[in-house]
Design a protein around this ligand. Structure first.
Ligand SMILES: Cc1ncc(COP(=O)(O)O)c(C=O)c1O
Length: 440
């Protein structure tokens, strides 16, 4: 049994929401992680503790203001560890990834000139598309689009290579798709982007709960994520290279200083949320310390151990789910996986269990445990409502990955999205498969 699986009863007991049930007593099954995960008690306690003990504004000489400053410093340290960087001053907090991206896009756009170009993708969540498209419109800058490959729905790197020119100023792309669950080779893409001297702006929101973010190793310029996707409260986090955070002019009020990162944090932040966000990194590190048998002081290593355990466990859930799905020919998997009914997949693979397993192993490492499905006859709305009636929580629609859904011709109905995170169990996968089979 994998280390994480062995810890499941204790781990799940830390999440009060996992004890929730329908009015008739049937337990709720949370497969809505891609839109927001549940939180452990330590995160809830950190939020409460901040409000009870330390609630104050920053930069004051009195006890609670000084403690608030300490909380900020700790949170920046935790998120430097989470982003895989060493300088805590490169961590900027904000309301959410979308607001941070609108803010950064406006600021960066001031450095663009007519004739410049930027690149966005048809795979991304719109929060990494519209802020850039609107900023380009305001500055008279041309927007180029990169699509995805049929079948796997991975980003089309050949198209990216063709569209990169010395005029490209920025490429905005995702580390993992919140729709297909596909992973992008971030490091390789950053290298391509840097070869023409452009900025790489990486949306790691969907990667956050599943794999370790490695901003420094990727050599990215900016990486954004959101704590509510990885077991924390609703707070957004932006990492930017110190050089860029210092050089680029921020839209800010006059009394706010010019020091990094404060110049990028507009107004008073959600202090209790930031305290909770730091606690969600601590939650992951404590489990990593346990699974990897590593002292908690080595927090970076603990985080790596946590994500190694999470990846191994979620891969097991993925295989279990895809093997089961291969038996349900009325369902079509949208993206990388084992289903012969994948749109645009010309491989002609059969969905027999042995072929499915083979196909799965060749695709291992290319996806996280997020799945978009379509049914031959039933709408996504119908599927989501039928599952909800049984206490199975999952989303349907385009989930703001609007271009992808439009390009595949799925609008306005969209898809059904199933998301497994590390607190989901093999029994829950079976329960879902049985519910899907009943909808056959
Ligand atoms: C991949 C991805 N990027 C960006 C966002 C937007 O994040 P936020 O809600 O923090 O603005 C989401 C939210 O669903 C997402 O899944």
């Amino acid at each position: 049994m994998l280390p994480l699986e062995a810890s499941l009863p204790e781990l799940r007991a830390q999440f009060p929401a996992l004890r929730r049930s329908l009015p008739d007593g049937r337990p709720l099954l949370f497969l809505d992680g891609p839109a927001g995960t549940q939180v452990p008690q330590t995160v809830i306690d950190a939020i409460g503790d901040y409000l009870i003990q330390r609630n104050a504004n920053r930069h004051g000489p009195f006890l609670t203001a000084i403690e608030t400053e300490g909380m900020f410093a700790t949170a920046q340290q935790r998120f430097a560890e989470f982003m895989g960087v060493t300088d805590p001053d490169e961590i900027v907090f904000g309301p959410n990834m979308t607001s941070l991206t609108f803010q950064m896009s406006r600021a960066l756009a001031q450095t663009w000139q007519p004739g410049d170009e930027i690149i966005v993708t048809r795979l991304d969540h719109d929060a990494n598309v519209s802020p850039w498209v609107l900023a380009a419109r305001d500055r008279g800058v041309q927007v180029r689009w990169v699509g995805f490959r049929p079948g796997t729905l991975h980003l089309d790197l050949e198209s990216l290579a063709e569209q990169l020119t010395p005029r490209t100023r920025l490429v905005a792309f995702g580390a993992a798709s919140n729709s297909s669950g596909g992973l992008n080779p971030v490091k390789q893409i950053v290298e391509m982007v840097h070869s023409v001297g452009a900025f790489a702006y990486v949306d790691a929101v969907h990667l956050g709960p599943h794999r370790q973010i490695q901003a420094a190793d990727w050599d990215a310029d900016f990486v954004v994520c959101s704590a509510y996707k990885f077991f924390g409260p609703h707070v957004g986090i932006l990492w930017g290279r110190r050089q860029w955070l210092e050089q680029v002019a921020a839209y800010k009020v006059r009394p706010a200083g010019n020091a990094v990162p404060d110049k990028w944090m507009q107004g008073t932040q959600n202090h209790e949320g930031i305290a909770g966000a730091a606690a969600c990194v601590d939650y992951l590190q404590r489990w990593g310390s346990h699974w990897g048998n590593i002292p908690l002081e080595n927090r970076g290593q603990c985080l790596s151990a946590a994500f190694a355990a999470i990846e191994a466990y979620e891969s097991q859930l993925t295989r279990q789910f895809l093997d089961g799905l291969a038996q349900l020919p009325n369902f079509q998997l949208i993206g990388v996986g084992c289903n012969a009914n994948t749109p645009g997949d010309s491989s002609g693979q059969s969905s027999s269990p042995s072929t499915a397993a083979e196909h799965w192993s060749s695709n291992a490492g290319q996806r996280v445990s997020t799945f978009s499905l379509r049914h031959k006859t039933r709408t996504a709305t119908h599927l989501a409502e039928a599952l909800a009636a049984q206490g199975i929580c999952c989303w349907h629609g385009h989930y703001y990955a609007l271009e992808l859904s439009e390009q595949l011709g799925f609008e306005p109905e969209g898809m059904l999205r199933i998301g497994f995170v590390h607190y989901n169990t093999p029994a829950e996968v079976d329960q879902l498969l049985a519910a899907l089979a009943a909808l056959h």
